[in-house]
Ligand binder design. Sequence first.
Ligand SMILES: Cc1ncc(COP(=O)(O)O)c(C=O)c1O
Length: 497
Amino acid sequence: VLLLRLDEKSRTPLHRQILERVKEKLLTGVVRPGERLPSTRALACKLGVHRSTVALAYQQLWALGYVDLRPGARPRARARALLAQPSDRTAPGLIDWRKVATPTANAALDEHRAAPPSSAQRAEPRAISFAPLEVDRRLFPLVRFRSCLSRAFDRYGEALMRYGAPAGFWPLRQTVAARLVAHGIAVTADDVLLTNGSQQAIDLVFRMIAQPGKTVAVESPTYNATIALLRLHGLKPVEIPLSGAGLDLQVLADAMRRNTPALVYTMPSFQNPTGLSTTQAHREGLLSLCEAQRVPILEDGFEEEMQYAGKVVLPLKSMDRRRVVIYAGTFSKVLFPGVRIGWVAADRECIDRLVALRRFSEIAPSMVAQAAIDEFCRDGSYDRHIARMHRVFRKRMRAALDALRTHIRPEWAEWSEPAGGYLIWLRLRPLPSRRSDLARALAEHGVEAGLGHVFFYSRRPPAHLRLSIATLTESEIAKGVLRLAAAFQELYSRRRA
Ligand SMILES: Cc1ncc(COP(=O)(O)O)c(C=O)c1O
């Protein structure tokens, strides 16, 4: 006999209580697999409930795999695999994921663990950080964006909750195309693919070309995540040194003669990490070199909108009459990165391939985010926001450069003055001590900055620091530079000592 205790006062329905009690008996071994359970009628009688209540409980036990039901026979307990319990998660698993994963995936994990993404890093709370290349969240136009989000829902309704097109939301493709036209880039919406940030744009392009043995020419130094991504795709970076004018075209031409790269990856404006922008002449030179060799260029215009000083220089893509340039852009570096929207504009044949790759890997980008950003652009909010960012960062950059000139001695470091963006690249004089002393000295003086070596692939460069003013106000910048000066003072006076 099956002894089940039901609680008539409980809010749990009786059939549910029967189910749970029987399950308990099975899981604790009181009833063993193969054993017969009472008939519906017998159990209903014994418990004083309606037969249909017991029948429902047995039905559900059958559906969950705990009993076998056969017409005319009593239910029979069934051996059922135990459900995984929360405690199982901490016990060692059966699969050795390091063996299952490729060496590149394992290397990516090692790299990821060694340097968590900056937003996940818990910065020393009192430190002033020149490290994150992420817009100051105090400048996020949240209220405005929220009303755009709600307007998008009013306008498009349930369409926002459906799968979107793999190339992106058509109205936003039109909007982005129009913005590119304003930067001198002659494209239409068909030439534009919307991506989850420009990082995905870069990833898709690398995926399109990836094959063992292929190389990609990159500036040295370059955006560190690009180096990691190239490795992940089995592509080999070929480092072309940056001079004050941009990547060294002669070195690039020689490298191309020796071994034609599959692609040249470049950031002509406000280069990460150096903040450098190349001249019109340099851009023309790079373009004609790549045209002559028929090598495509991936132009990363991640901060294109952030030109707030100096002469306007148009993107490479604006001169791209032979369609060798794949242009990537993003809303991350002016508006906010969490919305994850970027774009690629390129030859239609190239775009079609990128669209196909995206479609089979992640179907389509988020409709909600795209529609909201589109509203934000169309009602003029984006232009107003950009104008504000220019006002703010023109002052912040000036404050940073003034403070550097005042407090950082030429015998410690040199730097050049960017025409926009957020980055200043300090080339340090040879350090009297080890490189690790630099990080320690910065930490001790309550200041953080990007350590330069991560932006190089194989070259062992002298010490550099990447200063990002993206998250700091003028007074924070001034205070941060003073701390930097104190750290340098300590580091460089050691030599004399
Ligand atoms: C040079 C460069 N390109 C692309 C990206 C990727 O930005 P997102 O994917 O947010 O557009 C970054 C981010 O820091 C960057 O520095």
